[in-house]
Design a protein around this ligand. Structure first.
Ligand SMILES: Cc1ncc(COP(=O)(O)O)c(C=O)c1O
Length: 368
């Protein structure tokens, strides 16, 4: 009798599926307003669309591998303020794949990884495949802020990496430059996931020159409005990049992603205009939530706002359901991701019209 169990690897046994039901619902429900995954809810720049169409008749060819793709790497280096530093860059099929690439490059069984809690689920889920232990650091206060010692006190001989998103997903807070310096001074690898950095302030990419243990992760999925192309990239000193390239699969950036990425960076005005509008609407949404008795929006440096419903006595899941019934998909958590109870929901800031519609639906629901 075939005994599958004998053949399944340790990694596969340790693996956990990451349900992407929200993406499925978005694709399968025409007209649904997808304000759950922190994507941009408008189409990419017309110049990106044009460039992708223009490459369609060349899709019979393999793309160039990122190692020789100077044009893309130079665009990326330039975008983060490191012009001419193509050798400080490598890419993944989304920053989801980057997490795996970093773990595969630097993590051995029994190593420890320190993450903030809450933070992006995949940091913890994927660590299981590499036999690492994840230590969570819990915030100091209701606005999800941290002190450097909250992290540094956990660093021990087995610690290999500290991994933090900045701004944080899901709460939107922004760890300070001083906190990052304190993490870097511990001399373990520090990975700062700047998936949402265009919506915040104080980019830290230039610190790469000073710190050989710093890795910064970026993505095309958020401010760039290109979640569908699956392209993420990291910035780090060339020695670290070389180590990551050794585990990276060849040609992992497809030709459509390569083309769209270059066109998007060449049209930075489009990105900047979207970001400026989202920041204004983020404030509008924050103020509207703060004005509803018992709701507490968490200050956010990102393209979403998380709201705590505790004092209103209203369940976050009831707000989520009400919005969904009206065609707006947002996120909520019940006792998961380090968020206790049924009191937190998160809204991706969409178009101005979508944001206003969600505000009005929540206001009406909470008045009942
Ligand atoms: C903090 C953070 N990192 C990474 C990702 C995944 O990004 P990508 O689409 O580049 O895989 C997300 C997506 O929501 C995120 O919130």
């Amino acid at each position: 009798m075939f005994e599958l169990d004998k053949f399944v690897s340790k990694s596969s046994k340790a693996g956990v599926l990451y349900p992407c039901n929200h993406f499925a619902l978005g694709w399968k429900t025409p007209g649904l307003h997808r304000m759950m995954g922190n994507e941009m809810t408008v189409s990419p720049s017309p110049k990106v669309v044009e460039a992708v169409k223009a490459i369609a008749d060349k899709l019979n060819w393999y793309p160039e591998d990122i190692l020789t793709d100077d044009n893309l790497r130079e665009h990326l280096a330039d975008y983060v303020g490191l012009p001419g530093k193509a050798n400080y860059i490598t890419c993944g099929n989304g920053s989801m794949e980057i997490i795996d690439m970093l773990y595969e490059s630097f993590i051995n069984e029994g190593d420890e990884i320190i993450v903030s809690t809450p933070d992006y689920t995949l940091y913890t889920n994927r660590a299981k495949l590499y036999g690492a232990e994840v230590k969570g650091v819990y915030p100091k206060d209701q606005n999800f802020t941290y002190e450097p010692e909250d992290f540094t006190s956990l660093v021990g001989p087995k610690t290999k990496m500290i991994l933090v998103s900045r701004p944080n997903n899901p709460d939107g807070h922004f760890v300070s430059r001083d906190l990052i310096k304190a993490l870097l001074d511990t001399e373990v690898l520090v990975c700062i996931d700047e998936a949402y950095y265009e919506f915040g302030e104080d980019p830290i990419d230039a610190m790469i020159e000073e710190y050989p243990n710093l890795i910064i992760s970026h993505t095309f999925s958020k401010a760039m409005g290109l979640a569908g192309i699956r392209l993420g990239w990291i910035v780090a000193r060339p020695e670290l990049i070389d180590a990551v390239n050794k585990v990276r699969q060849s040609c992992n950036v497809n030709l459509v992603a390569h083309t769209a990425a270059i066109a998007a960076i060449d049209d930075r005005e489009y990105i900047k205009a979207n970001v400026a509008r989202i920041i204004a609407d983020r404030q509008l949404f924050f103020d509207a939530m703060a004005a509803i008795p018992g709701l507490r929006p968490i200050p956010s440096a990102s393209n979403f706002v998380m709201v705590d419903t505790l004092e209103s006595g209203i369940k976050a899941s009831d707000i989520q359901k009400h919005l969904l019934e009206n065609g707006y998909l947002v996120r909520n958590w019940i006792d998961s991701r380090g968020l206790p109870g049924d009191r937190f929901f998160r809204v991706t800031i969409g178009t101005h019209e979508e944001t206003v519609a969600v505000i009005e639906l929540i206001q009406a629901f909470c008045q009942k």
